[in-house]
Design a protein around this ligand. Structure first.
Ligand code: TXA
Ligand code: MG
Length: 316
């Protein structure tokens, strides 16, 4: 077995930005910290490297990847922006927003787009992610670093445990401040559809572009079809209390053990940041099930409820 660092990462995992950029250039995979969740990253123009990601995650190949770039100018080199897309980019980048836009030919490989004529693009806000993207100098695809179907990793240690064996470098950016994946919005012909809720909320999008349209038609969302975010134990949502053998994840004052609370004060940002970590921690106690108290569905609560209902198998 490989010798290990104190944080559990194998010693062969290179840990600095230059080594990570070199690994991307060599077609290898890198654990990438972002403010949302950790990603498993590869050169978006290298189909062999991108294929390794699908392999490592056990991800269905119809599910396209997000291309990460260092700034809006680099995003314009891979996707076509209209006025609505530009307004969203100016307001929310760098940050937890992914835009699905018409792709420019050949800017990222077909496999990264799963053959679609659109491309998902994001400028992350995390300082280490931006350093790596600048040092590498090209688009980097990065799905969440979990194995397909499992909760996304929100710490370096969880990323290492999920897919670290497939990576040759990894950057420890600390616990993710947001904790749920980026908002995905598709912008086609000036119309904007919310494909995946996140920390940039429905209300945030509406404030910039006005009315949103329903997903579907041109606004396709292949990733939403698959099983997601599921720990090993069954998840029961909107639970008033724990049943025999269950762990209850509370929300707000007086909902069970504060250690297992998403947020003892009922703060949605704190609940999002703790969500996947607590699902993983609860799972390690091998309960008969994980019960979760109701979380309001407003603002960031839409993203939390989306992930919880998928973890509970209610959607997808
Ligand atoms: O926060 C995040 O977005 C993280 C970090 C690492 O950036 N990444 C992430 O990637 O969550 P992933 O692959 O787990 O989720 C990407 C989502 C999927 O639902 C996928 O189907 C969707 O974006 N997507 C990607 N390209 C698309 C496209 N061309 N059209 C529609 N949906 C697309
Ligand atoms: Mg994912």
């Amino acid at each position: 077995a490989h010798r290990r660092e104190p944080d559990g990462a194998p010693r062969r995992l290179a840990r600095d930005v230059d080594a990570a950029a070199a690994a991307l250039r060599a077609g290898e995979l890198v654990l990438l910290p972002t403010e949302t969740v950790y990603g498993l990253a590869a050169d978006a123009r290298n189909p062999v490297a991108v294929a390794r990601i699908f392999e490592a995650k056990g991800r269905p190949r119809f599910n396209p990847l997000i291309s990460h770039v260092s700034d809006a100018a680099a995003a314009e080199a891979i996707a076509r922006f209209d006025a609505a897309a530009r307004a969203l980019a100016e307001t929310f980048w760098p940050g937890p927003l992914t835009l699905v836009l018409p792709a420019r030919d050949g800017a990222v490989c077909d496999l990264a787009r799963a053959g679609l004529d659109t491309v998902a693009v994001r400028v992350p806000g995390h300082a280490l992610a931006r350093e790596l993207l600048s040092a590498f100098g090209g688009p980097v695809v990065a799905p969440s670093a979990n194995r397909s179907g499992r909760p996304s990793p929100t710490t370096f240690q969880d990323a290492v445990a999920e897919t670290g064996s497939a990576a040759s470098a990894g950057l420890d950016g600390g616990p993710c401040a947001v904790g749920v994946e980026s908002t995905v919005a598709s912008v086609l012909d000036g119309r904007v559809a919310l494909l995946r809720p996140g920390a940039v909320t429905r209300e945030d999008l509406t404030a910039v572009v006005g009315r949103l349209v329903e997903a579907g038609e041109g606004h396709r969302s292949p990733g939403r079809l698959t099983l997601h975010y599921a720990p090993d134990a069954p998840v029961r949502i909107n639970a008033a209390e724990a049943r025999d053998g269950e762990i209850l994840l509370g929300f707000g004052p007086g909902t069970g053990d504060p250690r297992w609370s998403l947020s003892p004060t009922g703060d949605l940002a704190e609940a999002a940041a703790r969500l996947f970590r607590l699902l993983r921690d609860a799972d390690r106690e091998t309960p008969t099930g994980i019960a979760v108290a109701p979380v309001p569905a407003t603002g960031l609560g839409e993203a939390i409820n989306d992930r919880l209902s998928r973890a509970a198998g209610r959607v997808g």
